[in-house]
Design a protein around this ligand. Structure first.
Ligand code: DGL
Length: 273
């Protein structure tokens, strides 16, 4: 007979992470740092990426399918490590999985406004994230405090999904897409898609010696996850050494190799909330 109480068994379950592809690993690497005793299951839906140019209905369907996959692993908490999936499906997910903490991510506009001096804040994200009511409301809250410029970056996440091998293409992309929005008073850029922290080096190189702060939401999301686990008595024993399992909907085995590489990539100079 098991000597573990129901709650003890729950505590020992893994935490599920999902994203449209490999981007959510930028949030997972922070969560692993904050919660070293936890086990994590990551599901990247690269076969169906990008989500950011799809309809809300399609994104919802794909997100629910991804979460069902994670549920097969008896997860104790869910992190939607994708701004796009969060904006399209977070309320529906919370209604369906009422008994489980469900944590989402949104562009880190608030921390950017907090450290701003009234200059320009550029928010790079997918077209879908920027179109959603959730984002429009977020902007409305802060529109009188800063010059917030949403920048839809269709096609940018693909550079990360393809292993950041096309450096020249990426450089031209940044020149053509980000370049026209940079002004002398640009203070910060919010990386509002979880794929973008993986190209921080390339963004930084493109910006040169401009004094611009780059901000993402991985720290805020990981702290929120930790808080939710504590509140629900779900933190794992400190003696346990956590492990990460990576799954991907793509049949290309290179996606798992890329995921493992990105999870180890250590170039976070992003100032995040
Ligand atoms: N990583 C996703 C996000 O944070 C989006 C990428 C996509 O378009 O699928 O929004």
């Amino acid at each position: 007979m098991s000597v573990l109480s129901k709650n003890e068994k729950l505590k020992n379950r893994p935490i599920g992470f999902m994203d449209s592809g490999v981007g959510g690993l930028s949030v997972l690497r922070e969560a692993v740092r904050v919660l070293p005793n936890e086990d994590f299951i990551y599901f990247g839906d690269s076969a169906n990426a990008p989500y950011g140019t799809r309809t809300v209905r399609e994104i919802r369907e794909l997100t629910f399918k991804a979460v069902e996959k994670l549920m097969e692993y008896d997860i104790k908490a869910l992190v939607v490590a994708c701004n796009t999936a969060t904006s399209a499906a977070i309320s529906e997910l919370r209604s369906k999985y009422k008994d489980m903490p469900v944590i989402g991510i949104e562009p880190a506009v608030k921390p950017a406004v907090v450290c701003s001096n009234g200059g320009r804040i550029i928010v790079m994200a997918t077209p879908m994230t920027l179109r959603q009511r959730k984002f429009r409301e977020l902007i409305k809250t802060y529109e009188n405090e800063a010059d917030i410029v949403p920048l839809a970056c269709e096609g940018l996440m693909e550079y990360v999904e393809q292993g950041i091998s096309d450096k020249e293409g990426l450089k031209s992309y940044l020149e053509n897409t980000l370049g026209p929005y940079l002004t002398d008073n640009t203070e910060s850029i919010v990386l509002g898609c979880t794929h973008y922290p993986f190209i921080i080096k390339e963004i930084r190189e493109y910006l040169g010696d401009r004094n611009i702060v780059l901000i993402d939401g991985s720290k805020g999301t990981s702290s929120q996850l930790k808080r939710k686990l504590e509140e629900n008595g779900l933190m794992r024993d400190e003696k346990h050494r956590g492990a990460v399992t990576i799954l991907n909907s793509s049949e290309d085995h290179k996606m798992i190799e890329l995921s493992e590489r990105l999870l180890q990539q250590n170039d976070q100079e992003v100032q995040n909330d």
